[in-house]
Design a binder for this molecule. Structure first.
Ligand code: PLP
Length: 315
C-alpha cells in the first residue's frame, strides 16, 4: 500500500489547518435561553486561528508572483501571526524575519524561534501594549521591507487574509446548518471578524456581528487609545480592514473581565484559551441575554491557553 496516496493521510502539516470543533458552552451560560457556541481554533497546528490567515497570505502572494523560491518573508507581529507564519514558512522553505515586542508572551516568542524565524524584539514599557507598541514595530518592519528579495506580508493591509477566514465562516454555517443569529469577536487587524462576517452576512444579512475592543483602549467606539493587557486586540489605531458595512455594534470589555472569564472557561468548561477569547465570551453572554430562546450565537476561542501559561492569567 502506498501510504502517501491514502486520503486519510495529510500530505503536509499545512493540511491540518481548519475544520476545528464547535462546542456549546454550558456552565458560564447558566440562566441564558440562547445557545452560545465556541469555535475551538486552538485545534489548528500552532494553536491559533492565525494559521488560516498565514497560509492564505503566503499562498495568495505565491499565486500573484510577489513571493518566489529563495525570498525572505517579513512581518511585525505580537507573536500569534508570527508563530503561524513561521510554521507555514518552515513547511514551504522560506526564510522569515519577525519584528515583535516584549509586550507579548514568552511562549509566542519561543514558538517563532522554534520554527526557525529570525527575531528583532522592541521593548515596550512595563511589558504591556501601549499606543506606541504596534506603530513602533510597524516603522521598523517598513524599513526592513526595503531589503532585496523580501516580501512583507503587512498584515494590517493584507486583504488576502480575509480569504483564509472565509473558510472559518463557511465551517460555522455548515456546523449549525446555517442557523447563526449572532457572531461575536474581538479585533486586532479585524481580519478574522471581517472574513467571517463577509460569509455570514452574505448568507443572512440579519446575522448580528458584534465586535469587541478593550475598555481601556476603545479607539473605534470612543476614539481613545490606552494601555491594556488583552494580547492581540486594541492596537491603538483603526485597523484598515475594518469595514463599517460588515458589523452592527462594538462593545468594550476590560482586561480584568477578560482575565476572569478566561480562567472560568478553563475551570468550568474545560476550554483552555487566551484573554482575547475570554473577552469574546464576556461580550457573548451580554449579547445572548438579549437574543432569547433557541437562538444561536457563535464566538471564537482564538488560541490555546498554552501560549499564556507564563502570564498573569494562569498565575
Ligand atoms: C490572541 C489574539 N486574539 C485576537 C486577535 C485579533 O484577531 P484579528 O487580527 O483577526 O482581528 C489576535 C490578532 O493578532 C490575537 O493575536
Amino acid at each position: 500500500m502506498e501510504l502517501v496516496s491514502d486520503p486519510k493521510v495529510k500530505q503536509t502539516a499545512l493540511s491540518a489547518i481548519g475544520n476545528t470543533p464547535l462546542v456549546k458552552l454550558n456552565k458560564v451560560t447558566k440562566e441564558l435561553d440562547a445557545n452560545v457556541f465556541m469555535k475551538l481554533e486552538y485545534f489548528n497546528p500552532t494553536g491559533s486561528y492565525k494559521d488560516r490567515m498565514a497560509l492564505a497570505m503566503i499562498e495568495e502572494a505565491e499565486k500573484e508572483g510577489y513571493l518566489k523560491e529563495g525570498d525572505t518573508v517579513l512581518e511585525y507581529t505580537g507573536g500569534s501571526t508570527g508563530s503561524s507564519l513561521a510554521f507555514v514558512c518552515a513547511v514551504k522553505g522560506y526564510k522569515l524575519k519577525i519584528v515583535t515586542s516584549d509586550a507579548f508572551s514568552d511562549e509566542k516568542i519561543d514558538t517563532m524561534r522554534a520554527f526557525g524565524a529570525e527575531l528583532t524584539i522592541i521593548p515596550s514599557p512595563g511589558g504591556k501594549t501601549t499606543p506606541d507598541t504596534i506603530p513602533n514595530m510597524m516603522k521598523l518592519a517598513e524599513k526592513m521591507s526595503k531589503e532585496p528579495h523580501t516580501y512583507w506580508t503587512n498584515q494590517f493591509h493584507n486583504k488576502h487574509m480575509l480569504k483564509g477566514y472565509n473558510g472559518l465562516g463557511k465551517e460555522i454555517l455548515d456546523q449549525l446548518n446555517a442557523q447563526v443569529d449572532a457572531f461575536v469577536a474581538s479585533f486586532g487587524t479585524a481580519g478574522c471578524s471581517m472574513g467571517v462576517a463577509e460569509v455570514l452576512k452574505a448568507r443572512n444579512k440579519n446575522t448580528a456581528i458584534v465586535l469587541i475592543e478593550p475598555e481601556e483602549s476603545p479607539i473605534v467606539s470612543k476614539g481613545i487609545a490606552g494601555t491594556h493587557d488583552i494580547e492581540g486586540i486594541g492596537v491603538g489605531f483603526v485597523p484598515p480592514l475594518l469595514n463599517r458595512e460588515l458589523y452592527d455594534e462594538i462593545q468594550t470589555v476590560s482586561t480584568e473581565e477578560a482575565i476572569d472569564m478566561t480562567r472560568k472557561l478553563a475551570r468550568k468548561e474545560g476550554i483552555f484559551t487566551g484573554t482575547s477569547s475570554g473577552a469574546n465570551v464576556v461580550a457573548s453572554l451580554r449579547v445572548a441575554r438579549k437574543l432569547g430562546a433557541g437562538k444561536n450565537l457563535v464566538t471564537v476561542a482564538v488560541d490555546s491557553g498554552l501560549k499564556y501559561l507564563s502570564t498573569e492569567v494562569y498565575h
